[in-house]
Design a protein around this ligand. Sequence first.
Ligand code: ZN
Length: 136
Amino acid sequence: MIIVILLVWLGSAAVCHAIAKSKGHDPLMWGLIGFFLGPLAILFIAIAQEKEGTVGAGETKRCPNCAETIRAEARICRYCNTEFDQAELERQSKEREADALERETRLEEDHQRNLRIVGAVLAFMIGSIALLFIFQ
Ligand SMILES: [Zn+2]
């Protein structure tokens, strides 16, 4: 009995660790929370928000002339003074938007997959606990 409970709690820690990692949260901390709270922690991390990446102001691009990394909005390269024309800038900006959209879609897919994993793990845990009580 004790061993099964321990396994369930360790399983929770592992699942929390994995989900936290995929969401950009601290996997070690969530692994510990999973170990102490058990299946409950899985629910917490499952509904926790994705941590925002450094998207937006910090975006960079590579200068086609000198290959240095510069700010995405830059019109003139600060290393080699290459000027980027407006049409090119707009094209790049559209590309970035498409990238962001793609990233969002991927995050949503990750989220759906996480929810399925959590559902399966919870069902397994509840099932094994139920079986234990039935066959005790
Ligand atoms: Zn340059």
